[in-house]
Design a protein around this ligand. Structure first.
Ligand SMILES: *Cc1c(COP(=O)(O)O)cnc(C)c1O
Length: 428
């Protein structure tokens, strides 16, 4: 078979950057992306036959490990009954009921095919329900790549946003306000100024797209109060945290009940499946009941639902998340101890099966904090780990993911690699 570097050359000639999603390209860390041949439990194997302990897990979905036999069997069974109908199925109803059982805030739900689509639809719904145009997001949170969400802060706090991507009309971006994560004063000032024009606030309750940044419970509470007070909807984007930081997602961790919830990643088990849901009175504004249009040829695809439902059954088993959280904590404590042994400055945090580590003195609270960490140290550590068979996210701005297949032996092997990697950093 061709090598990673031969494949990367070939891919770059025909696919922009050689990849179908930017962070796969290793641009922040340099080097050649690995072309993956297969996954087995906690491992990925590349086309050259190198085996890696995988801490990306397809960026979150693979919480039961790669190629879980029950998930694969369910997909095979579903596939033999045809791949798609464009008509309702029993399994979709079952999945909607399962989501509602795990996340009580989700009184009604609609299935879609990607997190981007789910976020875009939730925004349109919030705007349709409130009859308002402005939306609020936080710097460093990612909600997929719909136009309204590819926006960075304007020049001052109370100015509307600017596009963060070429191709996003300024006219669209002007309705998106961008504030600093965990900053209470900014949200208060914004609502005082323009509360009556805000349709919704969308937030990652624990941010996983700027490394791992925990939302402060007091800040979350204040944002929620302000939304209620001003008639804006609170949307929690749990595409990453849902079913991962706890069985009931971040809503369970914080004991909060947002108006709308966006889900993805884990609920598809590795297939293209996502969802948005929440208050019944809001969800009933969707077509065909209401005036907010939303649709999808492959929405609720039977093969994707079969994979997702099977994985949901696995994670609902007694003790699944407590074991996952224990492995993740052991991994992060091991990183801190190994770094300390070699005099490397490192902090870590985690919740459930999601983690972050930072080459800095303190835990980050916002995007500027994350950006201040030592990027050079991160790059060297990333490659030192990859060379030792551990595949971490190739960017300092991404969270890490542990699966149930990462048993004690796999965590121990990772920590052995980490010890050597931190030692090599200390020598450099
Ligand atoms: C991954 C992610 C999305 C986008 O989901 P896609 O399926 O990649 O479109 C949206 N929000 C959050 C929080 C995510 O982590």
């Amino acid at each position: 078979m061709a090598s990673n570097s031969q494949l990367f050359d070939r891919a770059q000639r025909i696919i922009p950057g050689g990849v179908n999603s930017p962070v796969r390209a290793f641009r922040q860390v340099g080097g050649i992306p690995r072309f993956i041949d297969r996954g087995e439990g906690p491992y990925m194997v590349d086309v050259e036959g190198h085996r890696y302990i995988d801490y990306i897990g397809s960026w979150g979905p693979m919480i039961a490990g790669h190629a879980h036999p029950e998930v694969i069997a369910a997909v095979q069974r579903a596939a033999t009954r045809s791949l798609s109908f464009g008509a309702p199925t029993v399994d979709e109803v079952e999945m909607a009921e399962a989501i509602n059982a795990l996340m009580p805030a989700v009184e009604m739900v609609r299935l879609v095919s990607s997190g981007t689509e789910a976020c875009m639809s939730a925004l349109r719904l919030a705007r349709g329900f409130t009859g308002r145009d402005a939306i609020v997001k936080f710097e460093g949170c990612y909600h997929g790549h719909a136009d309204s969400l590819l926006v960075k802060a304007g020049s001052g706090l109370l100015t509307f946003g600017n596009p963060s991507s070429a191709g996003v009309p300024a006219d669209v971006a002007k309705d998106t306000l961008v504030l600093e994560y965990n900053n209470i004063a900014q949200v208060e000032a914004l609502f005082a100024e323009r509360g009556s024009s805000i349709a919704c606030v969308i937030v990652e309750p624990i941010a996983g797209n700027m490394n791992f940044v925990r939302g402060d419970p007091v800040w979350h509470q204040r944002v929620s109060e302000l939304c209620t007070q001003h008639g804006a909807l609170l949307i929690w984007d749990e595409v990453m945290t849902g079913f991962r930081v706890a069985l009931g997602g971040a809503q369970q961790v914080y004991g909060m009940r947002p108006d709308l919830v966006v889900m993805g990643k884990v609920i598809g088990g590795g297939m293209p499946l996502a969802a948005f849901g929440g208050r019944a009175d809001v969800m009933q504004c969707l077509s065909p009941l209401g005036a907010v249009y939303q649709a999808g040829t492959l929405s609720g695809n039977p093969v994707a639902v079969a994979a997702g439902m099977t994985q949901i059954r696995l994670i609902r088993q007694e003790g699944f998340h407590s074991r996952l959280a224990a492995s993740t904590r052991a991994l992060m404590q091991g990183f801190e101890q190994a770094a300390a042994r070699h005099g490397v400055t490192l902090r870590t945090d985690c919740e459930g099966g999601m983690f972050g580590f930072y080459f800095s003195e303190t835990l980050p609270r916002s995007y500027p904090d994350v950006a201040r960490a030592d990027l050079e140290a991160f790059k060297r550590f990333f490659h030192a780990m990859l060379d030792r068979g551990v595949y971490l996210a190739p960017s300092m701005f991404e969270a890490g993911f542990v699966s149930a297949a990462h048993d004690d032996a796999v965590i121990a092997a990772t920590l052995e690699a980490a010890d050597a990697a931190f030692a090599s950093l200390a020598r450099a």
